[in-house]
Design a protein around this ligand. Structure first.
Ligand code: SF4
Length: 229
């Protein structure tokens, strides 16, 4: 994984995203004007041998694209790490910088797209280009549980699993919060659980509550524990 991460952070395969991530890093938000933005592809964060792989959509322009760590430095990250900490899967409840001491023992956080897109919306072509990184990561790690955050990540995850030869049901299962798919043909049964993305759009409106997110991670931990035997 270290070799993949080293190559990932140098990737310039998507011209629009390269321009955007670097422009945001130069222009900066006024409240962060004294900080050095990362402004590059954001590598996955957490365990190199995880039981649980969380798949986000893409780095936030002033969150992960600023700090260089997935879900770090914005409101979505506050929700995600707060929940992981409440269920015992993260060392602390906050994630503010790459030097804050946060640690994930059993969890790894990746994304369908590793560069910040304008309006948080990667194009289908950008999603398809970046999928090669997710394919490599999932094939290497073979986690017991995958948690895509939101419908785009759900579809990207199922597409990745199909490409790397895992037994994804046909027709492909639809996304819903709490939707579960068990891939029974894998070495140990792999569980996919869908969750709404902890975006402000979902959390401010109450579409996603802390209890709903905690329930997803508790279920993931339960399955991962059972898989370990
Ligand atoms: Fe490379 Fe993915 Fe960034 Fe595109 S989105 S430039 S494929 S890391």
């Amino acid at each position: 994984m270290a070799d993949i991460d080293t190559r990932l952070v140098q990737c310039r395969a998507c011209p629009r995203l390269v321009t955007w991530r670097e422009q945001v890093a130069r222009d900066k938000r006024a409240s962060y004007r004294d900080q050095d933005y990362w402004g590059a592809p954001v590598p996955s964060f957490g365990s190199a041998d995880p039981d649980i792989l969380i798949i986000g959509l893409a780095p936030g322009a002033h969150g992960a694209n600023r700090t260089g760590r997935m879900f770090t430095g914005d409101r979505s990250g506050d929700w995600l790490f707060g929940s992981l900490h409440r269920v015992g899967l993260a060392a602390s409840a906050t994630s503010t910088s790459r030097e804050d001491g946060q640690h994930l023992d059993r969890v790894r956080i990746t994304a369908a797209v590793h560069c910040a897109p304008p309006d948080n919306k990667p194009t289908p072509q950008e999603g398809a280009t970046c999928a090669a990184w997710l394919d490599r990561e999932v094939a290497l790690l073979a986690p017991a549980v995958l948690i895509p955050l939101g419908g785009i990540a759900w579809r990207a995850t199922l597409a990745t699993l199909s490409r790397i030869g895992w037994p994804v049901p046909r027709p492909r299962p639809a996304f819903a919060h709490g939707a579960e798919v068990i891939l029974a043909g894998t070495v140990a049964p792999t569980l996919i659980i869908g969750s709404y993305h902890p975006s402000q759009q979902n959390t401010f409106t109450g579409r996603l509550t802390e209890r709903m997110l905690d329930a997803v991670f508790l279920r993931a931990r339960e399955h991962a524990d059972a898989s370990r035997g």
